[in-house]
Write a protein that binds this ligand. Sequence first.
Ligand code: NAD
Length: 431
Amino acid sequence: MRDALFQDSLRRARKIGEAASISQEVIEALMRPQAMLQASIPVRMDDGSTQYFTAFRCRYNSILGPTKGGIRFHPDVTQSEVQALALWMTIKTAVVGLPFGGGKGGIIVDPKSLSPMELERLSRGYIRVMADFIGPDLDIPAPDVYTNAMIMGWMLDEYQFIKRCKAPGVITGKPIELGGSLGRDEATGRGAYLCLKELEKKRELIPNETTVAIQGLGNAGYHVARLLHQDGYKIVAMSDSKGGIYSAQGFDVESIWKEKTAARQLNAVYCDQPIGGCDNIPHKKISNEKLLQLKVDILIPAALEAVITEDNAAKIQAKIICEVANGPILASAEPLLEKNGITIIPDVLANAGGVTVSYFEWVQNRQGYMWTLEEVRSRLEQIMTKAFDEVWGTAEREKQSLRSGAYTLAFRRLEKGINSHGSREFFNGHS
Ligand code: NAD
């Protein structure tokens, strides 16, 4: 499926763009990446051998600013997936109104099979092959699936070594000590939480009567779970790549996270022995597929793309889906969900908190001035709330879904950017 992801994302974008009467010129500009680099990274392994890893970086569209997007380490990374993710970043940065375009990168690797030193050599190798393709005013990477602040730190160090200067703005999601921003680690989850708080007002949701299932308790999934739980929402199911757990009563997210971090997988948290803080909670193991089909109020896919397809869409019983992962719902599955009255907060809005605080980090690096955590949180709230209202308003006015509303908003902003260089009408009028 990942090989077809880019085509799927293009079909969806074209359909929404045409329905919103975006000009063909602009749609065509968004149908292809501006630049795509594939490279091979040689890595000296701990046993003395050399292994080669395939790496990608895509600068999709830079009309509104330097391209921006994470780097994923995963065995299933493909060029098609990287391009789809980069297109979605182009739309996302425009939805929240950031002066960035969209980009993305990845390496085909199972990072769990590498030693820490092999992982460091691979991360530095990525920058050696990409050093002239990225830059603080050109293309700015960040963390994504199975990459984190330490990896960003190695990458920054390698970039600065090659360029012989300090350039903290070349990468975001760095450790705080190397120029990272306070609040970046929680930003994606907090952004999704802020969207759900806006929906809570519109739908008059009552937190302690609202059940939530989260697929993928990683960085983004954990923080949205933590914040919703703090507000009284019942987090009844959570999962990771090894499987999930379910309790009708709801879990205490912090203690589960602590146990998961120690055990390195959720399945192990609740096997045979009850754990501290949750001793009296009846629970059972649940597969990732079954988790998606639970009868809950809110389903949060927060792992990988294409988990809801034509095959399982009719079985989804949630009332609301908040797409924290990028692209969890295939375009072909969406009409089935809509037919069943499911509200979808689309990825290009729901997970935009991450790139928004990455933008704050980049601004702080350029200013040489650090913001407080309160400043970061309050500015994030302003941007996310405004974006949610604009998407909601566009969708209502044009009788569209929230995804179509978000795409329409983004395409109109991109259209203005592209047309400010002169449109077909402009040049025709001057011939
Ligand atoms: P992460 O590596 O921290 O966590 C990923 C989680 O998903 C892990 O718990 C992993 O075990 C789980 N997982 C992997 N394969 C799975 C499977 N098949 N079924 C169920 N769970 C599985 O990654 P993250 O940064 O939290 O990213 C998660 C999603 O959010 C991705 O789609 C990413 O593109 C998106 N996202 C992340 C950010 C960010 O700032 N981190 C920003 C925007 C979007």
